[in-house]
Design a binder for this molecule. Sequence first.
Ligand SMILES: C[S@@+](CC[C@H](N)C(=O)[O-])C[C@H]1O[C@@H](n2cnc3c(N)ncnc32)[C@H](O)[C@@H]1O
Length: 323
Amino acid sequence: MEPGAAGGAAPEEAKRPCADSDGAAAKRRGTSVDDFAPQSMTLEAFRRLSRNQQKKVMRQELWDGRAAEFKDKQRQKRRECRRRHNQRVARGEAPARRPASEQTHSGVQVVLDMAFDDKMCDKEIKSVCAQVARCYAVNRQAPRQVALHVSRLYGKCRQRLGSATHYENWDAKHIVFHDAEYIDAFALDKHRLVYLTADSPNTADRLDPDKIYIIGGIVDKNRYPRLTLDKAEEQGIAHARLPIGQYVQMATRRVMTVNQIFEMLLRFIEIGDWRTAFMDVIPQRKFRDAPGGQEPEPEPEPEPEPEPESDGSSCASTEKAAD
Ligand SMILES: C[S@@+](CC[C@H](N)C(=O)[O-])C[C@H]1O[C@@H](n2cnc3c(N)ncnc32)[C@H](O)[C@@H]1O
């Protein structure tokens, strides 16, 4: 069925001519039903039609005339997009597309826990959503992908992810969304849940395909220390931190962003070496002794005083996926 006809799956651009019933779009292009000269019938026959039928004929003919031009433009757009992507791949800024046939499944399961909507200001919501999108993108490209889940996506995060990425259309082979909290979504597998949190005294020295690893879907600029550790302890599930300090010397605290942790997991699964995984993912400037690196930050006190809830005014996160 051609775009513009009722029920047709028309491209957005193609739908426009029929979007306004008063023929305003046609007038803007210099054609209105009153001075339209049909090609598919005589002018007399056209005039005998009802107003609605005339509009329908006009829209159809306008579309027929523009279809080739429209398709050509779409083709050019796709070509340009591909060219820009290839340039980014050549500069090492984007991974080369990997055919699905070259991907294998690692058996590891990872959940992004999005239950912290009310703890973030708008900038942080944008930032965490960019991080979720990044996780999906790298999982699609990873040589050994994980079963990636997102739990308790609601409120502003849900809205933002929808408007910024149309996540509803993401490929369910690479990501699965749950309305429920992971503790309910995986109720029968509670003993397999491991919350990854920088505050845990335990370390995850290896990744077990039998476990389900949870990453806290939050950008909080350290406003909520122990947030995820406390949650895991309250729920009685296991927790662990990644062994970052054992392999690399950091200039800053070892609290990473959601996508950094996720990318470390993927890299470790691929090469089986934590040090390389950390070196590949952590930004250079965060290493101690890095040229232009930051001054070491003091490690947090074991039991820091909780800071007051943010009213959003101190929210200073960026919109980038990783900081
Ligand atoms: C920006 S951090 C959130 C910090 C937050 N205050 C908390 O209590 O988790 C985002 C998430 O990344 C994961 N994460 C960050 N650094 C980690 C580390 N060193 N080891 C394990 N997981 C880490 C945790 O799941 C954390 O919830």
